[in-house]
Design a protein around this ligand. Structure first.
Ligand SMILES: Nc1ncnc2c1ncn2[C@@H]1O[C@H](COP(=O)(O)OP(=O)(O)OP(=O)(O)O)[C@@H](O)[C@H]1O
Length: 255
């Protein structure tokens, strides 16, 4: 495995009496696609949130590109190049595909959703640089022909592609995707796999939370299996899935 880009040491996050993260330690390498897998409730989404400023850890340390970034808010993480994908939420259904893309995830630019929507609606026509980038991205993900359609009409897979494009608009170095394969038809899943591979070829690094093991096996250079808020096993996909502790964790037998 290459040098660590993002390092997580002893990360802990409690919600009431529940330890969503319980001393989680792992690292993501530069230029690689790292899978974060594990059974339901293992702490994967909480980890993504803690890495992108949406959940403040109770203890532990996060280092990105050599700097301590523990507990930084989302817009400051985004400014450093760490962004996560966000679901195209229902509030955005009335916007077109093009407008949805231009509406950068609000937490990551440090403003509220309604504020961002009002501002975009007023000013988007003037934002030539972003509009140009948005067109290029939509062409790249094959959605340019749908740019003026309401985003609510997109299929599950098209929404996932748009979610990736929204994160790309922020020009990240490390992009964290939450279940890019969920609710996606097989042909679009292959498009997502191809897009991630292409972006990796361009030097982008990825962390991917995913239950779809086909997708994980196809694109991840390395995986960390989480269980009960900690890293249970790390290795290649083949190594991790052959480990009896991983089989036990998925069957609910983790110690
Ligand atoms: N905001 C919250 N409030 C209370 N409990 C939470 C909150 N977020 C997560 N949890 C709890 O923390 C634990 C870890 O949840 P998390 O969503 O991070 O797991 P996950 O691995 O992403 O699960 P899944 O694969 O089902 O999405 C669970 O027990 C969950 O119920």
């Amino acid at each position: 495995m290459s040098a660590a880009f993002l390092e997580v040491e002893g990360l802990t996050k409690h919600y009431g009496g529940v330890a969503a993260l319980d001393g989680c330690t792992l690292s993501l390498a530069k230029g690689e696609v790292t899978g974060l897998i594990g059974p339901n409730g293992a702490g994967k989404t909480t980890l993504l949130n803690a890495l992108t400023g949406l959940a403040k850890p109770d203890a532990g340390r996060v280092t990105f590109d050599g700097a301590d970034v523990t507990g930084l808010p989302a817009h400051r993480m985004a400014a450093r190049g760490v962004v996560r994908s966000f679901q195209i939420v229902r509030e955005l259904a009335s916007l077109t595909v093009f407008e949805t893309l231009l509406l950068a995830p609000p937490h990551q630019i440090g403003e509220t959703l309604t504020g961002a929507m009002a501002r975009r609606r007023r000013w988007w026509a003037q934002e030539h640089a972003n509009a140009g980038k948005a067109r290029t991205l939509l062409e790249r993900i094959g959605l340019w022909r749908l740019a003026d359609q309401p985003s609510a009409r997109l299929s599950g897979g098209q929404k996932k592609l748009l979610e990736v494009a929204r994160a790309l608009l922020l020009e990240p170095k490390l992009i964290l995707l939450d279940e890019p394969g969920a609710g996606v038809s097989p042909p679009l899943r292959e498009e997502i796999i191809a897009l991630v591979r292409e972006l990796k070829g361009e030097g982008l690094s990825f962390g991917i939370v995913e239950h779809d093991m086909h997708l994980v096996g196809e694109i991840c250079d390395h995986v960390h299996v989480l269980a009960e808020g900690r890293t249970l096993v790390s290795g290649t996909f083949a190594e991790a899935t052959a480990d009896p502790r991983v089989v036990d964790a998925y069957l609910g037998l983790a110690a």
